[in-house]
Write a protein that binds this ligand. Structure first.
Ligand code: FAD
Length: 467
């Protein structure tokens, strides 16, 4: 753990100004609210300085100075993280990648996109689409989150069922290490078995091992047709049966399989101006399903037939198929109401994972246990079930006086015997650090500490996060 005096800090900031220029180093009131906390709005804290480097070389110069001074540095992307990973402490220096943005190259032969870390996910998706490709990563924060942040958190999102997590989209990575050394592995090859695959150490490391500056992303052929349906189900077992049925029939063309329990669904419908439930009745469970294929002439008949078969065989209760892009957006708006959580709830968010077959009974037991413990709690269950990922959000306003940590511990203790994970996609950051041992053995934790010490011996990169 580093301990920097205020005079040392002032000397370091002066050195950073000389190295990067005055306009790339902000202090005091010139640091906006945006840099003080992430989407969780957890304890906003103004960092001692905010760095805005424009190139890999500037990131390297900045880190080299901070390394020599044992000065803690917090990498910051779009600040949409949901684990507090980018929140600075008062003496930390924040290093934001906003100015290191833009597409460097789209290689149509290799089907790769080389991007700078500060590029928003949306900008990268648009660049891929303009060239007839698809960047398979997609999530609700696409307009603000950055590729660097997506990779640092190994983000999941809506299309994992089809194309994997952020990790699976990366062929090459450039990272600046704590001491300022640039580790450039910007290869475009799919196969490369020359020793350790170092990029995977940094993907998902939440800024604790290095600062990601550039990436070579794998592109996929653009899906030519997309059809979206909202389906009403009898319960969780029916949802799994439907998932398996559709996977058998369409394989990798199932692009999303999102489950919403009724409390969540009702919330989404009531908050969304463009949405109304297509069903007259209330149902035990809802699934938002996307079929994304390569046949431009596919008008959705095969998908519609598959759902009609499922209806006939009693696998589903009802279905509404979007007839237009606007219809599809309205259905997605119900699922993406989570963007409103910080403004409308006091959200205590969970993004756990556990074997697909056990999620339904876990939800039932968890809901019953929460009700026994905190009568009147409002808890919303939803998730990317095809990826074994369950989200639940307890509205802190419905459990007044209860510490968020008590709620976290209560749910994670239920998860531990099932060998589930306390984070399927948002990461450990600051908020889940105490709960990492619920999901990782002492031996795994010791290996993580050894890697951290080897790459960041002064412990300057994002201290207090993950480990
Ligand atoms: P930040 O929040 O700025 O940082 C996140 C972490 O990455 C921090 O630890 C930070 O230090 C580190 N970091 C950032 N940039 C770098 C870099 N260049 N080098 C090294 N470390 C870095 N997440 C999902 O996985 N799936 C979802 O479906 C999903 N949906 C979301 C929907 C909404 C509405 C919101 C607000 C968030 C959602 N998230 C989701 C969470 C969030 O968007 C992701 O975690 C995203 O990947 C964070 O990117 P960011 O650029 O905002 O990173």
């Amino acid at each position: 753990m580093t301990d920097v005096s205020s005079s040392q800090l002032a000397t370091t900031i002066d050195a950073l100004r000389r190295a990067l220029g005055d306009d790339a180093v902000r202090t005091g009131d010139t640091i906006g609210e945006h840099s003080t906390t992430d989407w969780t709005r957890h304890e906003p804290t103004r960092p001692a300085a905010l760095l805005l480097p424009r190139s890999t070389e500037e990131v390297a110069r900045a880190l080299s100075i901070c390394y020599d001074a044992h000065q803690p540095v917090v990498p910051q992307g779009g600040m949409t993280g949901l684990a507090g990973g980018a929140i600075p402490r008062a003496g930390d220096i924040a290093l934001a990648l906003d100015r290191l943005a833009g597409i460097e190259e789209l290689d149509t032969a290799a089907a790769t996109l080389t991007v700078r870390a500060g590029t928003t996910l949306q900008a990268a998706q648009d660049a891929a689409a303009a060239a007839g490709f698809e960047l398979a990563l997609d999530l609700g924060a696409r307009g603000s989150c950055q590729i660097g942040g997506n990779l640092a958190t190994n983000a999941g999102g809506n299309r994992v069922i089809q194309s994997g997590t952020a990790r699976d989209q990366v062929l090459g990575l450039e990272v600046v290490l704590a001491n300022g050394a640039v580790l450039s592995s910007l290869g475009k090859m799919v196969k490369n078995n020359t020793g350790y695959d170092l990029k995977h150490w940094f993907i998902g490391s939440e800024g604790t091992l290095g600062v990601i500056t550039r990436a070579v992303l794998r592109l996929h052929p653009q899906r030519a047709s997309r059809h979206t349906a909202l389906v009403a189900l009898d319960g969780y077992d029916a949802a799994v049966a439907l998932l398996r049925r559709l996977s058998q029939r369409f394989g990798n063309d199932i692009g999303a399989f999102e489950i919403m329990w009724p409390d969540f669904y009702d919330l989404g419908v009531s908050w969304t101006a463009s949405a109304r439930s297509p069903f007259a009745d209330v149902h035990p469970l809802y699934a938002l399903i996307e079929h994304a294929g390569f046949d431009a002439d596919d008008g959705g008949e095969r998908f519609g037939t598959a759902l009609a078969d499922a209806l006939e065989h009693g696998v589903i209760r009802d279905a509404a198929i979007a007839q237009s892009v606007a219809d599809a957006r309205a259905l997605w708006a119900i699922r993406e109401c989570t963007a409103e959580f910080p403004a409308r709830l006091d959200p205590i968010n969970f993004d756990v994972s556990l074997p697909i077959g056990e999620i339904g009974s876990f939800v039932d037991r968890c809901r019953a246990a929460l009700d026994r413990r905190w009568l009147g709690n409002r808890t919303y269950f939803f998730g990317h079930i095809g990826d074994s990922n369950l989200h639940l959000t307890v509205d802190g306003r419905s459990v007044p006086g209860v510490a968020h940590d008590d709620v976290y511990a209560f749910v994670y203790e239920m998860l531990a015997p099932l060998h589930g994970s306390v984070s399927a996609e948002h990461g450990i950051g600051l908020l889940k650090r105490a709960y990492l041992p619920f999901s990782r053995s002492p031996e795994e934790l010791a290996a993580m500490v050894a890697i951290k010490r080897a790459l960041d011996p002064h412990g300057i990169l994002n201290p207090g996060k993950v480990l």
